[in-house]
Design a protein around this ligand. Sequence first.
Ligand SMILES: C[S@@+](CC[C@H](N)C(=O)[O-])C[C@H]1O[C@@H](n2cnc3c(N)ncnc32)[C@H](O)[C@@H]1O
Length: 440
Amino acid sequence: MSETKRVIAALDLPPRLAHKKTVDSFEAAAKRWNAKLLWIREPLYKCHPFWQKLMVCRHVIDTVGHCQLLQLDTDMLIRDDCPSPFDLIGKEQMGMVAGRQGIFMNLSKTSWAHRAHGIWARRLGTKSAPPWAHPNGGFYLYHTESFADFFDEIAAKGPSAKFDKRFGCDETIVINHLWDKCPERILYLPGEFNTLLHHNPHLCEHRSMQTYVYHFVAGTKRHLPKMWWQRGKNPAQPLPAGKHAQVVFELLRSAEGPMRKGVEVGVFHGVTSANLLALMPDLQLYGVDPWTQYSEDAEQPNPDHVQQLGDTKTLYWGLPIALRHLAVNANRWHPIRLPSVKAARCFEDGELDFVFIDAEHSYEAVKADIDAWLPKLRDGGLLIGHDYDPNRFPGVCRAVDEFAESNQAGIVRAGHSVWAITIDSTGAAIHASVKAGVTA
Ligand SMILES: C[S@@+](CC[C@H](N)C(=O)[O-])C[C@H]1O[C@@H](n2cnc3c(N)ncnc32)[C@H](O)[C@@H]1O
């Protein structure tokens, strides 16, 4: 049986043509996914391109024959580590991304988008899809054999003379028709495949932006030329940070087993967290920090991070900064605004792949942190910490050394004051599979 052809088609019409970065990123994706890339540079009909998008299916069939078709807008970038979406849909399904129900999109019954859906439903005689079902435009993935009639039927209703840019777009018409005729064929793909950059255009330039297909809708288009799509060309750490963050990343990368669920104890500005999330797309990270004034925090009687407090003498202002750094990956970052030991009680024993301890640096605090967090690690999990530095933080070294001694564990010193211990199935610490480090 011959394999189904895969095609990526993009309608690229004046006056706004695809930027070179878009062209490059689409070409690279087509090559990786073994798909033919088809730029449609002649109008398909004398009507607005929004309506012409509904005629792309028939045009592709006439040009290259039946295929599995990914229809994209040309104000998008596909990152070079984006996995193929072609394998994600069945023959009868229409794959789309439903990102509009995000809080920023305000897609309530009173929103303009919802009104647009209602208007188009009346004009074209269909039901109006409910707000939560509205997809992002610009990304449709389907088999042409299964949807040719569907698009023909829409096109037959005629490019509307009443087309009004404010009120409607291809996705409105597509979702209404699907909802009306075959709701069971709608398949929502992960949001990463079509992230609308509506609400905060500055996120598009942020190097730790973590998604696969960026969609520069409306006014955000002017940010596209500044945006990157080739991950390899970016620094290992997207945010400038202390060298220890890179060492922590290397340890996690070289550890045994997947590192998907971890905790950073002591987050401060969230720089290490932001880098880890950007570098590890599968990671769900919990950030534990009370972000309080030292004087009010019973667990921090002897502040030893005075160098970080600045003039305000408070860590309170660390939180808004952390939120800014972590916003782009907010769906994978879970802040817990509690002191370390209390926060550990939020987790089941054996639940975590790793814990990175970088909170208060006194002997008592680090000892309490190790005792509280160690049971939370799974077999083969990794306990990592910062500031193993006999001159600056003797308390850290004492707590870690004592722990290692009483458990006959080896400590891995991985550079830049990072220490690590792996956990075996008996719950005792062992020095084992962390290849990146040097043994103390
Ligand atoms: C050295 S900074 C963390 C830096 C961060 N790990 C990084 O690499 O970017 C220490 C942080 O620990 C937090 N902290 C202090 N005592 C804590 C406690 N008992 N539990 C949790 N966090 C604490 C402070 O609020 C401060 O934000």
